[in-house]
Design a protein around this ligand. Sequence first.
Ligand code: RB5
Length: 145
Amino acid sequence: MRIIIASDHAGYKLKKSLIEFLDKKYSVKDFGTDSEESVDYPDFGFSASEKVAQGEFDRGILICGTGIGMSIVANKVKGIRAALCNSVEIAKLSRQHNDANILVLAGRFMNKDLAVEIVKTWLNTEFNGGRHKRRIDKIKYFEMK
Ligand code: RB5
């Protein structure tokens, strides 16, 4: 699985910790930012989301301070279903029910251990399809209009 990960300054530390974990098991592209110097999350979130939407990467992980800015950005990109997850259970459901292709985390409100558990679950949970596919198809239809 090809994964792209990006953050702003507020997500930088958590992103680095996650890369250490992910690098052992997956092919991960770090798309910035590269320090805790203040930057604007749309500059990283839009480009990373577009790369997932275009199929260059299978999944994306975006991190900002609250996760809200990155969620807003990612969900404006056609084909992206970004899920801001603060628990393992929500992460699991975001895959099973929503087929989320981007996971968003709140860098300022999440410790590393919980983030790793969320990421593990999110990467290893399949979409359930069925009635959930019908709902996703409605989103896709809306995007085509
Ligand atoms: C940056 O200070 C902060 O606003 C950003 O990381 C994010 O939380 C925005 O939603």
